[in-house]
Design a protein. Structure first.
Length: 199
């Protein structure tokens, strides 16, 4: 009888230890899976912000420093549809003639193909509790020339909220150790760049 009880006890211990081993392996896998899913949504929003900012700068000469201005431009702004043809009087084929055919709404140009796109939600960080992306714009000087810059960002704490807190803290510490922004960012307030830090 003791031998049977010992075998049952050892079987239970083996099952419990097996579960803990499995769980310790699957925790980082599940964390990375959810992190990748959340980052894909945040990156899409940052790309949308970047594309909108580029069009805003083309129309206004500088980037928008707040979402109210940017969203208003996306909703109401128009982009000219231009037809460019070679100048028939130019035998070198280097001159062109531009003809404006009409105008297209910015929102239609950027987001027409996107299903379920809600312009008013552009400012919100996915998977956060309605927190906004940090958005800033201004000018810096490069080579004696003033250059418009912008930056939009979301930190790990905001869009990874609800995931394993220790793993999030470890992720933040590793990025800070490398002197990188602990989160996702597009543009820069110190460099004339519209690149994202995920690229």
């Amino acid at each position: 009888m003791k031998s049977v009880l010992l075998k049952v006890f050892l079987l239970i211990v083996i099952i419990v230890l097996g579960y803990f081993v499995y769980d310790s392996i699957m925790q980082p896998v599940e964390f990375n899976k959810q992190k990748a899913q959340r980052e894909a949504a945040v990156v899409q929003n940052l790309k949308d912000i970047r594309n909108s900012q580029v069009l805003f700068r083309q129309a206004n000469g500088s980037f928008a420093s707040n979402f109210d201005t940017l969203i208003s431009y996306i909703r109401n702004g128009e982009i000219p549809v231009v037809k460019i043809i070679p100048d028939p009087t130019d035998t070198t084929f280097t001159k062109t003639i531009s003809d404006t055919l009409g105008y297209v709404k910015v929102v239609d140009s950027l987001f027409r193909a996107r299903r379920n796109f809600k312009l008013d939600e552009l400012r919100f960080i996915p998977f956060s509790e309605n927190e906004f992306f940090a958005l800033d714009a201004g000018e810096i000087e490069r080579g004696g020339v003033k250059v418009s810059v912008f930056e939009a960002k979301a930190d790990y704490r905001t869009y990874l909220k609800g995931l394993n807190e220790q793993r999030v803290l470890n992720l933040i510490a590793s990025m800070e150790q490398l002197e990188r922004y602990p989160g996702l960012r597009v543009g820069s307030m110190t460099e004339p760049s519209t690149d994202g830090n995920w690229e």
